[in-house]
Design a protein around this ligand. Structure first.
Ligand code: KIV
Ligand code: ZN
Length: 390
């Protein structure tokens, strides 16, 4: 069975940049867009052109420099928005307009104060209008995670008829469970007669920590595009994390029969770049790119890892561009890790030496969060001095 491609739609510069404090200027956005292209993302959502002159300028500059990836601009289902996005995207080799409207009754009633029929009309009109300006139009059905499936299917059928090339099914509020989100995508695959004319896209938020699982469930059910951000940054609790979905797909290619074109060795450097320019630290225990993702600190794990790395690592740090695996020495560490570190520091101790040194090590470790090389050097020196006296 041959694998099928999952298109990676990166929205770090749009949904990611909506995070308070993460705003970037045009120069920073262009720098990041070029890195994302090098990383291998298929679509770069560069911004929301009508939202500010600065965002228009950023989308326009990105459209000028990006050569291979599709450059996308967000709009509401409003003609003026769409015209402005098309103008910003004019220099792009592959422009895409991303337009859409609320699809759940909660959004229809409270945000738009209107009816389902009116939403259908607005969606169709906006899609048709956008399709007259660019050949690639993605339609988002906002809050699709909570929409009535039958209505959602009608809406999606209509926008595909109107020219949508990609249909985005956002779980805007991060509400769905993975099996529910997967079923939603499967429902569309089975109930939208023209679904084969468009790519289905997953856009999941992380309010319950399920965005990655939901996106993968969507892909299993037939979606072929995943919308995500570097480090999972985005509105509220964030978006699906690019590095997580990419590595899940890579690790499980033989059972999922899916692949991406992401150069995984660039994941850690790009994560660091985003963290630096957005001044947004990455949590240490973050999958794939956290500073502890390849750190081993308990004695049982360290002993296994030192015997054979695959006992506790399902991917190598090199594969994702991380500096390397780390053995962290704490009060939970064991003798093998201690002996290994002494050896790395150039001290060859036998088993009896290590037994004695280990007692000293535990005393230091109980006082400190982490025992550093400098502490070990002191221990080694004291121990050797005592040995000479004896
Ligand atoms: O979360 C969402 O629904 C969005 C849309 C604008 C695609 O970000
Ligand atoms: Zn979003």
């Amino acid at each position: 069975m041959t694998s099928e491609k999952i298109h990676i739609f990166d929205t770090t510069l749009r949904d990611g940049e909506q995070v308070p404090g993460c705003k970037l200027n045009t120069k920073e956005k262009v720098e990041l867009a070029l890195k994302l292209e090098e990383l291998g993302v298929d679509i770069i959502e560069a911004g929301f052109p009508i939202s500010s002159p600065g965002d228009f300028e950023s989308v326009n500059q990105i459209a000028k420099v990006i050569k291979n990836a599709t450059v996308c601009g967000l709009t509401r289902a409003v003609e003026k928005d769409i015209e402005v996005a098309a103008a910003a995207l004019k220099p792009a080799r592959r422009p895409r307009i991303h337009t859409g409207i609320g699809s759940s009754d909660i959004h229809i009633r409270h945000k738009f104060n209107t009816s389902r029929e009116d939403i259908l009309q607005r969606a169709e009109k906006a899609t048709r209008f956008a399709r007259n300006l660019v050949p690639d139009v993605e339609f988002f059905a906002e809050d699709a995670g909570r929409a009535d499936p039958e209505f959602l299917a009608r809406l999606i059928e209509l926008v595909i008829k109107a020219g949508a090339t990609v249909v985005n099914i956002p779980d805007t509020t991060g509400y769905c469970l993975p099996h529910q989100y997967g079923e939603r995508i499967a429902y569309l695959v089975n109930n939208v007669p023209n679904i084969d004319k468009a790519i289905i896209s997953c856009h999941c938020h992380n309010d319950l920590g399920l965005s990655t699982a939901n996106s993968i469930a969507g892909a299993i059910a037939g979606a072929r595009q995943i919308e995500c951000t570097i480090n999972g940054i985005g509105e509220r609790a964030g978006n699906t994390s690019l590095e997580e979905v990419v590595m899940i797909i890579k690790q499980h290619e033989s059972s999922l029969h899916l692949y991406t074109d992401i150069k995984t060795q660039m994941l850690n450097p790009v994560s660091q770049l985003v963290s630096d320019i957005m001044r947004m630290p990455v949590q240490p225990n973050k999958a794939v790119v956290g500073s502890n993702a390849f750190a081993h600190s308990s004695g049982i794990h360290q002993d296994g890892f030192l015997k054979e790395a695959t006992t506790y690592e399902i991917m190598t740090p090199e594969e994702v561009g991380a500096g390397g695996s780390k053995i962290v020495l704490t009060a939970r560490s064991g003798r093998s890790a201690l002996a290994h570190r002494f050896q790395k520091l150039g001290h060859e101790f036998n088993r009896n030496d290590i037994d004695v040194l280990y007692q000293q090590f535990l005393k230091v470790a109980d006082k400190k969060k982490e025992v550093m090389d400098a502490d070990l050097e002191v221990m080694a020196k004291d121990y050797q001095a005592k040995e000479i006296v004896l």
